[in-house]
Design a protein around this ligand. Sequence first.
Ligand SMILES: CC(=O)SCCNC(=O)CCNC(=O)[C@H](O)C(C)(C)COP(=O)(O)OP(=O)(O)OC[C@H]1O[C@@H](n2cnc3c(N)ncnc32)[C@H](O)[C@@H]1OP(=O)(O)O
Length: 432
Amino acid sequence: MSGDYQIRRFEPAAKNEPDYDAAVAWSRAVAFGFHEESKSETRIDRGLAMSRADHSVFTGVYQTSEPAAYSLSAEVPVATFATWRKTLNVGFGKLVDAHLISAVTVRTSHRRRGLLRQMMSEDLALAKDDGVAIAALTASEASIYGRFGFGVATSEQSITVDTSARFKLNHAPEGTVEVADPKILLDLAPQIFEQQHRHLPGSIDRQESYRQYVSGSVGGDGADGDGGPDAKIKAALHYASNGDVDGYVSYKFGGWETEPATMEIVDLVAANSAAYLELWQYLGAIDLVERVKWSGVSVDNPLTWALEDPRCVKGSDPRDMLWLRILDIQKALEERQFPADGTLVLKVRDALGLTPGTFSLDVREGHATVTATDAAPDLELDISVLSSIYLGAVHPASLVAAGRIQENQQGAAFLAAQMFAVERPAFCPTHF
Ligand SMILES: CC(=O)SCCNC(=O)CCNC(=O)[C@H](O)C(C)(C)COP(=O)(O)OP(=O)(O)OC[C@H]1O[C@@H](n2cnc3c(N)ncnc32)[C@H](O)[C@@H]1OP(=O)(O)O
């Protein structure tokens, strides 16, 4: 870091702990960076408690010289960055540790001086040294993170579903759905999510804030602006035939002024497809409502295929969601299972120098052995591109067509598509 700045890492301290003031100033800087309203102390304390539950680490960049008269004090960071660790499902039920990055901001008056580059380069190197093979984030703008080796690994869309008389599901009903007090989701949501997480490639385990929001414990827009309980939240649960709860939906009414009357899904989590479709059957049956909206849905949504009239579902705004960054090629590839055997020699560029080189990927009976080699590469690609194909998000042939992969051996891109495939379309339902 240049002499003008100092970088500090600390934990989201509680009141009476030495770093509490730093944690509060850091939280205010993040809110400023994302143009949020200034938050009450109660709200900041609640956010810090959630960050502690996730064992987050805060990074702040501080001015070392005296700030201009009347401007923010040197105790308020000019740049912020948060990290924590959660598991990522890399296919076939395998969960691996991922290093998650969020809350990245640089104050406007200090931007484009390399502060993000400095924080990111240091942080990724530390994570790799700590033995984590993959980093992950979701991006505010798609133009920022490719240069640091991140590639899009899952996508999402918003949907609007016509639940008028047209809405008919073609499925064999299984189990039942009942309305519940949303507060029960404080306990149930993590348990049900865990079941979904284990069978969904691309899924990242959820941070503490999720169960708080989906249960309506926080997120309200009360007059005091402290983000307390959200009285609008409602919940329904799906019970399997054996009585186990294996799905939930948390939702809220859009208000009588909206036409047609609309329910908005806050979160829908299902451990299996029966629970998923039955929860939709429930949503489609809500009286006085003719439309259900959900943002953050898989582009490959099974609901469309389960409806007698698939045009009830209107998708919009398809967009990148999860970005992955392989930090250690050998570890990341050997950690996952491959559905097809084969050998590929990959020449990988890595501008940050974390894991460049030419590697032979040999897969036998689904297990990979990765070794450095001098052999001629079948495919040449950037680490961001390898991170995108890691969970089969995009067909390598499309990346050859886009000029992002150089295919030296005919058929190598097709072989890569078969080897890197996962058992169902990768999707990440967790925003962070
Ligand atoms: C994971 C998350 O938290 S996503 C949220 C990201 N944060 C935001 O969107 C909040 C608003 N934006 C910001 O706070 C800042 O503009 C940031 C964090 C995006 C960039 O911070 P800076 O310190 O200005 O970036 P820095 O100077 O280190 O630039 C590094 C490189 O990224 C490029 N870059 C930075 N921001 C952008 C951008 N928005 N779009 C395209 N390129 C960008 C720079 O040109 C530079 O390129 P180069 O080094 O290859 O020449």
